[in-house]
Design a binder for this molecule. Structure first.
Ligand code: PRX
Length: 649
């Protein structure tokens, strides 16, 4: 890649940055040579401990006994560290800027106000019977109460499980059941792009699922004031509870390894898994990565566009910025409502310094040319970030030139729900940028590239991306199923954490993520298991078999391509295609809506009956000349008819 364009660090940026290149190299060395010393110092500096820890780490990646502990004999509290300890120095400083879907609606919430609201609501949760260790599900739109709910849970040691508001009642029910949720926090409706989303009605529908046994209460925030069905023994208004609750609520001293939250994510097999993050290590990781990756300085206005329903919304919308005493902007709406330049208007309105978003959003704005920036100056911007999927060089250039006016470094941050926070990333004052590369490992991160037999490959190479040692923000387990955690992440390559991603390392030691190497696809930065979409499809009475693959999509990165065969006697039709599309939306949610559905008489299978996805991926990608070996197919003629059908689209 010698023709690869390199963007050196601008000296004026390095001068005022927390970390320049020399410091990066020195700290990185220290973090891997003496992790105990490095993390002891970071954890002491960044976090107020209610009981100091003596042990820094206690980790085994051995697949007979995967056990990951950080700061295990210490005790602390997330809400205390995000709020209480800032009161003296920055009680009147803004903690949250909220920007409504409607441009006329916005408000600022100070640390003092947030502390009081969280304390009241934490007491209210206790009043509803919630205790340390109970699971509380948060199914909310992007309103400040979502942050209040998360922080209130952590204050009393309840484990939150945030479910993205775009998921269907069916998907919500599965998560409530799996986690033994005791209480759901929701709102009457959400608002996006001028339209309402019936969140409370979705909760009502989810709770009709007879498999749910644990649920006791539903707390409802009034967002739109719409009429909602009410179950008097179960449903309670948020505002009624908060008005009555005391603002004094001492924070619970949580053991460092007590679960902090569960977040469901898709894998290559089975139902979504409840990824478990614990308290102390996650806090250290959220704080250090947020400060250094975004070069966050006091007073910076920082905007992460992710929804609270995803890990980015946990670590970089709420916890990282608040742990660091920052100002975080929460935006309720979408990038192009009411006009295509809305996001840039928000940047100007609130004088945003740091913007962190996803390539899919960048591409959707880019598709409109310069309309997205029209009438805006964006002169407050100092740094841009990208997350969730590989950023293609065209989108990188547009982000750099059109949004950032060539003035802002771009941090392309690679990480996962399971990693808790950013793992491979430029540091803006330290790292020369190459568009499309997530560049170098963060402190304490030890990536390696292995071949399919698990052999570590040196130098410039390509293969499977693994981590050879632990970092404080690492997930500890899958909720209720530690074996699945071990199987999924530690059994493919012995003694290593397997990311599920492929990567290339170039001659400068920069990492380039090449995408998933398993049956997971990434649609608009949303991670989805193809198996999940397939099982939704085969639940349809007319469908016999389904195979789902990703294919290149201009805006979404990957689109969802569905192949289905029908039960005997069923006829293919446009109506049925529409029906199947709607079916998947209802089963999983709009994020899983298939882009293309091909009804076919047969699927390519080996003689032993295994569907050959490799071939289906190639056909979906229109790479018909690169199908590879088809000689093991039971009936090779199936392929010709699939290709013919694909060409007609
Ligand atoms: O394939 C990688 C891709 O997103 C996956 C993780 O998805 P999720 O757990 O939903 O977390 C998304 C937000 C952190 C990864 O396995 N991915 C994430 N960031 C990048 C990326 N691929 C390339 N470049 C990135 N910067």
């Amino acid at each position: 890649m010698s023709d690869q364009k390199v963007y050196p660090v601008k000296p004026e940026f390095a001068d005022s940055a927390w970390i320049d290149n020399d410091k990066y190299l020195q700290m990185y060395q220290q973090s891997v040579i003496n992790p105990e010393g490095f993390w002891r110092e970071q954890a002491m500096e960044r976090i107020d401990w209610m009981r100091p820890f003596t042990k820094v780490r206690n980790v085994s990646f051995d697949d007979h006994n995967v056990d990951i502990r950080w700061f295990e004999d210490g005790a602390t509290n997330m809400a205390y560290n995000c709020l209480d300890r800032h009161l003296e120095t920055r009680g009147d400083q803004t903690a949250i800027i909220w920007e409504g879907d409607n441009p006329d609606e916005s408000k600022n919430i100070t640390y003092k106000e947030l502390h009081e609201e969280v304390s009241r609501f934490a007491n209210a949760l206790r009043g509803q019977g919630i205790r340390r260790g109970d699971v509380v599900c948060i199914y909310m739109p992007m309103i400040p109460e979502a942050a209040v709910a998360m922080l209130a849970c952590t204050r009393i040691g309840a484990i939150h499980s945030v479910v993205f508001g775009g998921f269907s009642p069916e998907a919500l029910a599965g998560r409530i059941e799996d986690s033994n949720t005791k209480l759901v926090i929701t709102s009457d409706e959400g608002v996006r792009a001028g339209r309402t989303v019936a969140l409370k009605a979705n909760v009502d529908e989810a709770l009709t699922n007879p498999a749910i046994k644990s649920l006791e209460k539903v707390i409802v925030v009034k967002r739109t004031g719409a009429d909602v069905a009410w179950h008097p023994h179960r449903d309670v208004w948020y505002h009624d509870l908060v008005a009555l609750a005391s603002p004094n609520c001492p924070a619970e001293a949580m053991d460092s390894e007590d679960p902090l939250f569960i977040l469901y994510t898709s894998g290559s097999t089975g139902k979504p898994k409840g990824v478990v993050h614990t308290t102390g290590g996650y806090m250290v990781w959220a704080s250090i990565t947020h400060q250094y990756v975004f070069d966050y300085h006091d007073g910076d206005v920082y905007w992460c566009t992710a929804d609270v329903g995803w890990i980015t919304g946990h670590t970089y919308l709420i916890y990282g910025p608040l742990l660091n005493g920052g100002i975080t902007l929460i935006s309720e709406g979408v990038p192009n409502y009411p006009s295509i330049n809305r996001w840039c208007q928000i940047v100007d309105k609130h004088q945003v310094n740091i913007l962190y978003t996803a390539p899919t959003a960048i591409r959707s704005l880019m598709a409109e040319g310069t309309a997205a920036v029209e009438g805006t100056s964006r002169s407050s911007l100092r740094l841009l970030g990208s997350v969730g999927e590989p950023i293609n060089p065209e989108a990188w250039d547009w982000y750099n030139k059109t949004i950032g006016e060539d003035n802002c470094p771009i941090v392309d941050t690679w990480w996962q729900t399971e990693t808790g926070g950013i793992m491979i990333t430029p540091l803006p004052g330290a790292t020369a940028l190459k568009p499309g590369s997530a560049t170098r490992p963060f402190f304490g991160v030890q990536p390696a590239i292995v071949d399919n037999s698990g052999m570590i490959l040196d130098g410039a190479t390509e293969g499977n991306l693994v981590m050879v040692d632990s970092w404080p923000g690492q997930s500890r387990s899958v909720f209720g199923d530690h074996d699945r955690f071990v199987q999924t992440y530690f059994s493919t390559f012995r003694g290593m954490y397997f990311t599920g991603d492929g990567a290339r390392r170039d001659e400068d030691g920069y990492y380039w993520i090449t995408g998933r190497v398993d049956d997971v696809i990434n649609v608009s930065g949303h991670r989805m298991g193809t198996a999940e979409v397939e099982s939704a499809l085969v639940a349809h009475p007319k469908v016999a078999e389904a195979a789902v693959v990703g294919y290149p999509h201009d805006i979404k990165g990957q689109g969802i391509y569905v192949y289905v065969t029908l039960n005997t006697g069923e006829e293919a039709s446009d109506d049925l295609v529409q029906e199947l599309r709607k079916w998947v939306r209802t089963e999983i949610g709009p994020v899983a809506t298939p882009d293309l559905i091909q009804i076919t008489p047969g699927l390519p299978k080996t003689r032993s009956g295994k569907i050959m996805r490799r071939i289906l991926r190639k056909i979906a990608a229109n790479e018909h000349d690169a199908l590879g070996d088809v000689s093991t197919l039971a009936d090779p003629s199936v392929v010709d008819s699939l290709i013919e059908n694909r060409k007609n689209r």
